[in-house]
Design a protein around this ligand. Structure first.
Ligand code: MF3
Ligand code: CO
Length: 290
């Protein structure tokens, strides 16, 4: 890569001169690279215009999940949730990102109890009192991607499962406390892992979070069992999901061979997941989707 002149247009396509845009950023990045840090590639650094568009996409994603929150209850099938998500997304001029993604047949993932993630909505699955369910929504608006998920407790949920759901939600705040520009993703992943362990749970290793915004799944792959000072450097303009899957029992999981998607805990104990989409800003972070 030839060095960009200070007066040339910045590589981020902001239209600004390099010296007024990512020049200082690149100098700083180079210092971290020389220290051995894993540096983000340029194609995952969003400019202001792109961030604005991704936030518009996220507004739809949040509205769809709000709709689900208001209507989900015992007796509803996961197929109905899929229909809500499709209708509420399309009505806002957007497309559900999962639909047709790598052959996924539905608009949303619905993962109940011992389903860890990627549950496929079905009219034969009826929500019942005591279930915990993750509803994972992802939206494409004008080509820009957003992704978040929430847990719902259906009716009267037992103490143990409720605690799993609450601790998993709290783990996001524990992770967020380590999210800052020029920190390491491993600081965040490590904090979440420790918090889960302290509470007697395990964290799924085989599936993680991801960069998101310009594509559904971008670099980096995000682990929640990582080590402090390791993994990719977090820099302004980067966006990724925090979406740990926390298990009541062991961290071992397997994928349903018949449908190729549904991931279960090996010990059949419950699993919970909350997901937010985070943007690294110049001095902090913003939660884009939740
Ligand atoms: N929101 C999920 C994720 O990013 C979607 C998985 S792909 C799907 O992990 F096709 F299953 F939706
Ligand atoms: Co995701």
């Amino acid at each position: 890569m030839g060095k960009l002149g200070r007066n040339e247009p910045c590589w981020c396509k902001s239209g600004k001169k390099y010296k007024h845009c990512h020049y200082d950023f690149d100098e700083k990045l180079e210092k971290f690279r020389l220290l051995g840090a894993e540096i983000p590639p340029r194609n995952i650094i969003k400019n202001e215009e792109q961030i604005k568009k991704i936030k518009e996409s996220a507004k739809v994603n949040v509205a769809v999940l709000d709709y689900v929150s208001e209507h989900i209850r015992a007796g509803v099938t996961t197929e109905e949730i899929d229909r809500w998500v499709y209708n509420e997304t399309v009505k806002r001029g957007a497309i559900p990102a999962p639909l047709g993604y790598a052959g996924f047949p539905k608009s949303v993932c619905t993962s109940i109890n011992d389903v860890v993630c990627h549950g496929i909505p079905s009219d034969s699955v009826v929500l019942k009192d005591g279930d915990i369910i993750n509803v994972d929504c992802s939206t494409i608006l004008d080509g820009f991607f957003s992704d978040s998920s929430r847990m719902f407790c259906i009716g009267d949920v037992g103490k143990e499962k409720k605690r799993l759901v609450e601790i998993t939600k709290k783990s996001l705040d524990v992770g967020l406390a380590k999210v800052k520009p020029w920190g390491y993703l491993g600081d965040m992943g490590h904090a979440i892992h420790q918090f889960a362990l302290e509470n007697g749970y395990s964290v799924v290793r085989d599936i993680g979070g991801h960069g998101v915004g310009l594509e559904f799944h971008e670099e980096p792959w995000v682990s929640y069992v990582s080590k402090e000072g390791e993994e990719m450097l977090m820099v302004p303009g980067m966006m990724f999901t925090i979406e740990p899957m926390i298990n009541m029992g062991s961290d071992e999981v397997y994928t349903d061979e018949l449908d190729g998607w549904t991931v279960y805990t090996a010990d059949k104990k419950p699993s919970a997941q909350w997901e937010i989409q985070v943007l690294i800003t110049d001095d902090s972070y913003e939660i884009i989707s939740w």
